[in-house]
Design a protein around this ligand. Structure first.
Ligand code: NAD
Length: 502
């Protein structure tokens, strides 16, 4: 059995009330409708947001448009923008505990993990601030006596930023500071399930000196608030993180006005393990990769592709370690796996496991929801004997469910890894660097970890191949992603007239 940490009721908890941020003012929605968020671990209402209607989104887009076309932000020196972003980073660090608490109670993620995400986010804001100062184009002094070529990088304009519920503060931090560093203005829509920390970020940015209208934050459902953000002719680019299904819809909506899109979508990431790997290190990474954030993670290592010769030992060691994983109250600092985001999502995870068992997979550990008295939880689950055509091996379960498949040659392992529609990330484990590199080159994924899993750094680009997305976040080109390229073709001296006979 897994170690259970029963949720303590949030007695006398006073829900936090939020307004939305439009043109520098905190305001109610046009219709005064409220969205309530309950803690998925405790059942208590923890946040109330104003729901945005189409009219609110229109106001937010117009505020961002005006701030871009007429305002100070895109016209400021890079150093001035950078200093404001650095101030914001310090203020995020100062309010990290409050932000981590909000992310934990709204999403169900363990508080210890939420704190680590906040520390990572602060680093990203600082990194983006530094990049913003260094944004520059190119010049060509090699085009002949009479020509000088200057290539400018200009802020692209108004950006719609749409984020999911699984890493509320971290994901907005992978987008917003880079867009701001480039000089863009924005309308941000967090998931309606986890909007709290993004709204607090709005307070921070106003206080740090971001001018009115540069960052607007609306809360609402995808259909009502998200759709106009992807379709509106006054929006120049959409930066979206979420499911592949909604990512495709976003791209189709944006195509009607030919907006640039950046998409960070789903994953079904393999960890490939060879017999010469350090098994102790791998077993820990396999458990971490599968259960981190309750598996509600685009990067989850949800497919284990293990060499036939060690499959039995690997599965039994992972099952042993799974018994020690602490599941339950996200507010307990010792908890490693928190609650599942909604009852509907828990039912979906449960269904995947039941169907896999029906199709012939073996449940080696867990296999069902856990009743902890309050909230909704899923037992960390291991399925062995999974075949590559089963739904559980091909689709994103988004729960703490590990599918084990086997291979016999490197080619076979790479083939299995590449046999699905996703290509976000992968892990390979071997003491032989040749093996790691062969797999690293062969796997079609945006990140390949070698003898580690799910490490990250602000300097390293992140994004997906195939149906895992389009474009890259983080890394030194992240600010450039929010720019247009303009050529200045400059003529010097007398110009040869066109009509002159040659
Ligand atoms: P989702 O696609 O349901 O929602 C994401 C966001 O889009 C939310 O803010 C939602 O309100 C909004 N939305 C929904 N319908 C919309 C529409 N028609 N138009 C515009 N916006 C709309 O995803 P989710 O359930 O919130 O998040 C989980 C998904 O996100 C998973 O598939 C996961 O893999 C993916 N994800 C990817 C990454 C990555 O970096 N690749 C990171 C985290 C999560």
């Amino acid at each position: 059995m897994t170690v259970l940490v029963r949720p303590q009721a949030l007695a006398d908890f006073k829900p936090r009330e939020f307004q939305m941020l439009i043109d520098g003012r905190w305001t109610n929605g046009a219709e005064g409708r409220i969205i309530e968020r309950r803690s998925p671990a405790h059942g208590t209402v923890v946040s109330r947001y104003q729901a945005a209607t189409g009219a609110d989104v229109e106001r937010a887009i117009q505020a961002a448009r005006h701030a871009f076309d007429k305002g100070a932000w895109p016209r400021m020196k890079g150093a001035e923008r950078s200093n404001i972003l650095l101030k914001a980073a310090d203020m995020i660090a100062a309010r990290a505990e409050e932000l981590a608490f909000l992310d934990s109670i709204e999403s169900g993620k363990p508080i210890s993990q939420a704190r680590a995400e906040l520390a990572g986010a602060v680093d990203i804001w600082r990194y983006a601030a530094a990049l913003g100062r260094d944004l520059h184009g190119e010049s060509y002094n090699t085009l002949g006596e009479g020509t000088l070529g200057v290539v400018l990088r200009e802020a692209i304009g108004v950006i719609s930023i749409i984020t999911p519920w699984n890493f509320p503060f971290l994901i907005v931090s992978q987008k917003l500071p880079f867009a701001l560093a480039a000089g863009c203005t924005t309308v941000v829509k967090p998931s309606e399930l986890t909007s709290g920390s993004t709204l607090v970020l709005g307070e921070i940015l106003m206080e740090a000196g971001v001018p009115s209208g540069v960052v607007n934050i609306v809360v609402g459902t995808g259909a009502e608030a998200g759709t106009p953000m992807t379709e509106h002719p006054d929006v120049d680019m959409v930066s979206f993180t979420g499911s592949t299904t909604i990512g495709k819809l976003t791209m189709a909506n944006a195509a009607r006005t030919l907006k640039k899109v950046s998409l960070e979508l789903g994953g079904k990431n393999p960890q490939i393990i060879f017999p010469d790997a350090n098994l102790d290190e791998f077993v820990d990474a396999a458990v971490f990769g599968a259960y981190f954030n309750a598996g509600e993670c685009c990067n989850a290592g949800s497919r284990l592709i293990v060499h036939n010769s060690i499959a039995e030992e690997v599965v039994s060691r992972i099952a042993e370690l799974s018994k020690k994983v602490r599941v339950g109250d996200p507010l307990d600092p010792g908890t490693q796996v928190g609650a599942i985001i909604t009852p509907e999502h828990l039912a979906k995870i449960d269904n995947y496991v039941r169907n896999a068992a029906g199709d012939g997979a073996d449940i080696v550990h867990g296999g069902a929801p856990l009743d902890l008295g309050l909230g909704q939880f899923m037992a960390p689950t291991i399925l062995s004997g999974v075949k590559r055509d089963m739904a559980v091996a091909r689709e994103e379960v988004f729960g703490p469910v590990l599918s084990v498949l086997t291979f016999d040659t490197i080619e076979n392992a790479v083939d299995i890894a590449n046999s699905i529609d996703y290509g976000l990330s992968a892990g390979v484990w071997s003491r032989d660097m040749d093996t790691c590199l062969q797999v690293g080159r062969g796997v079609r994924a945006g990140t390949v970890w070698m003898n580690t899993f799910m490490d990250g750094a602000s300097e390293l680009p992140f994004g997906g191949y195939r149906q895992s997305g389009l474009g890259r976040e983080l890394g030194r080109h992240a600010v450039e992603d929010y720019t247009e390229t303009k050529t200045l073709n400059i003529h010097m001296g007398p110009r040869t007239a066109w009509w002159m006979p040659r």
